[in-house]
Design a protein around this ligand. Structure first.
Ligand code: IDC
Length: 594
């Protein structure tokens, strides 16, 4: 290579080096620029977030840290009291997606605590403890193994309202509540806690809870501890709110038949509730669980027309659910004469799939097609006694129909009582983290239906389950044979026959239907049926009568609405469930009246 050529090559090399340097400089500048933009974005986001969570003049009272399972990072949940629920602006999840999605992986984004609605006056743990002495500390971190929806239900769907016959969310999209009702708060207060509610949201896939406050049976209007019951309701609402769940305050009339019986108490109660929760965007008021005992729609309607304006005085937009006669089955009757002058009113229909089938479904269809907004605020998949065999095929027919019409539904019941409608087995004493081994048939059906996902069973639980095969139903032992008894006296006849029998772990259950016919030409008053058995019996549940057991003797007397049986009339709504350690035989049946 001559000198000249060498020079040319060197110059080219210099140029190359120079352009390489230039490129490096540009890349460096670009990198610095991008870093600055990213930093700016982070600062802006943080500022926006801070702005969103700002609640003037308040300090957080409850700080909760839930250590998530390995798949998800730890979640820190801070509830900030505020007068107004925080605005919700999370990504939309349509009801259909929510209903059909069966996620197998945990979404990367856990429900964002900052998006959860911030309650007013969050009860301090002490208040919760006084209200429910048996309950475990509510701030215990609970591992979450599965999160169904990214963002909480309330964060995603906001204030709901009634449009036509359906509920629509803040974006005007049809939305269904699919949730769980507590059992009577006076009997099972322990399940009103953050831990359980979080589990039913994240593991079971529910978006709502219903707080069943009985008025009778040692409940709010029958000797129950009013302050404690009210505290349970308020705590329940606040726990649901912290978790972004919808919540129904249920004035649970049942054996007190007619809501007008305790109308004044109801008005006072709902006034207090509406005052306290008027700014929440997730609260529903259910003003009378199940009118029954012959009370007609006009009485229920007039009760509703006194209670609704009291709620509306404070809470202008919450959805109010009105019970209908015949244990909230007569929606077709209400549809002919709905309550006028208010928005956001819905009507309750309750079913138990073991008992209520096509004919009640067709009432629902009639009512909805006539324009009535129907809400299934209680249902079970067993029979109407809350016990007996589960009927999954019928339950599935109900679900299909409710989904078709966009009807919301809340299952009975969140408790571990020894009955088929309790979702949790009696032997299970947990408050969360329920596995397959902990749930009854209805519970397992629910999780499948909602697309939830339970934590895996331990080896021990698996073994126990295999040993128990058949579960609380009593394993391979055949159900007891049916028993039938007949009696007559004072111009009356009584048919007393088992309609269902099954085994529990330590005893047998017999469900009876009772028909009394007055065969004389004048009315019969204060009838009394006495049945004696071969062995001791105990009542488990009864309806449309009063039932008392003493040793081998069962005595049935009327409820206040059927103590008179007209001339040549028959009454057949009466029923009961008896427990006995032995296989029962009937020794005698007598009936008398005044
Ligand atoms: C039942 C409970 C049962 C309890 C009884 C008390 O399951 O444990 O002893 O109430 O009265 C309803 C009622 C609901 C009933 C349920 C099952 O709203 O309170 O719960 N049921 O009988 N309507 C139809 C069925």
């Amino acid at each position: 290579m001559n000198e000249e050529n060498k020079e040319i090559v060197e110059t080219e090399e210099c140029r190359e080096i120079a352009s390489q340097k230039k490129l490096n400089k540009i890349l460096l500048l670009a990198f610095i620029g991008m870093t600055l933009i990213a930093a700016g974005l982070i600062i802006a986001l943080a500022a926006a977030n801070k702005e969103k969570n700002k609640t003037p003049g308040t300090t957080p009272t409850v700080t909760e840290t839930a250590a998530n399972a390995t798949e998800t990072p730890a979640l820190t949940q801070t509830a900030t009291p505020s007068a107004t629920p925080a605005p919700t602006d999370s990504p939309e999840v349509s009801p259909t997606e929510a209903a059909t999605a069966t996620p197998t992986v945990t979404p990367e984004v856990s429900p964002s605590p900052t998006e959860a609605v911030t309650p007013t006056d969050v009860p301090t743990p002490t208040a919760a403890a006084t209200a429910t002495p048996t309950q475990a500390p509510t701030n215990t971190p609970t591992p979450t193994v599965f999160v169904k929806e990214s963002g909480t239900p309330v964060a995603n769907h906001g204030q709901l309202q009634v449009k036509g016959t359906q509920i629509v969310d803040k974006n005007g999209k049809v939305y269904q509540l699919k949730g769980v009702s507590t059992h009577g708060l006076q009997w099972f207060p322990q399940f009103v806690c953050l831990e359980t509610f979080r589990c039913i949201r994240d593991e079971w896939g529910a978006n709502a809870v219903r707080l069943a406050m009985y008025t009778d049976e040692n409940g709010y209007c029958a000797g129950g501890d009013k302050a404690k019951l009210k505290a349970l309701v308020k705590n329940g609402v606040n726990y649901a709110t912290q978790l972004g769940l919808y919540v129904i305050i249920d004035w649970h009339i049942l054996h007190d038949y007619d809501p007008n019986q305790n109308k004044d108490e109801a008005k006072k109660f709902f006034e207090e509730m509406a005052k306290e929760f008027c700014d929440y965007n997730n609260v529903f008021y259910e003003i009378c669980n199940e009118p029954n005992g012959g009370v007609g729609w006009s009485s229920v309607k007039s009760y509703a027309e006194e209670v609704i304006p009291i709620i509306r005085r404070y809470d202008k937009d919450a959805i109010i659910i009105v019970g209908t006669p015949t244990w909230s089955q007569d929606v077709d009757i209400a549809a002919k004469d709905p309550i006028k002058g208010y928005n956001n009113i819905m009507y309750a229909l309750h079913f138990y799939a073991g008992t209520h089938k096509d004919s009640l479904r067709s009432k629902m269809k009639t009512a909805i097609e006539a324009g009535l907004p129907v809400f299934v605020s209680e249902y079970g998949i067993c029979d109407a006694s809350g016990n007996g065999a589960c009927n999954e095929p019928e339950a599935n027919k109900w679900v299909a129909m409710m989904d078709t019409y966009g009807v919301s539904y809340m299952i009975w019941n969140l408790a571990n009582k020894n009955e088929s409608s309790s979702l949790i087995r009696e032997s299970c004493k947990k408050l969360s983290g329920f596995t397959e081994a902990d749930l009854n048939q209805e519970g397992l059906w629910l999780i499948k239906m909602l697309g939830g996902k339970l934590p895996p069973m331990t080896e021990k639980e698996k073994e126990d389950l295999i040993n128990k095969a058949g579960g609380s139903g009593g394993g391979d032992v055949a159900a007891p044979d049916p028993v039938i008894g007949k009696g007559s006296g004072s111009g009356l006849t009584v048919d007393f026959a088992s309609v269902n029998t099954w085994n529990e772990t330590d005893y047998k259950c017999y469900q009876f239907g009772v028909t009394i016919a007055n065969t004389k030409g004048s009315s019969a008053r204060n009838w009394k049926v006495v049945i004696t058995f071969n062995a001791d019996v105990k009542t488990d549940n009864f309806w449309c009568c009063d039932a008392k057991c003493s040793g081998k003797t069962l005595t049935l007397t009327p409820a206040n609405f059927n103590n008179v049986i007209g001339a040549n009339q028959t009454t057949s709504d009466i029923g009961l469930i008896l427990q006995s350690k032995s296989l029962l035989k009937i020794s005698s049946v007598t009936i008398t009246c005044e």
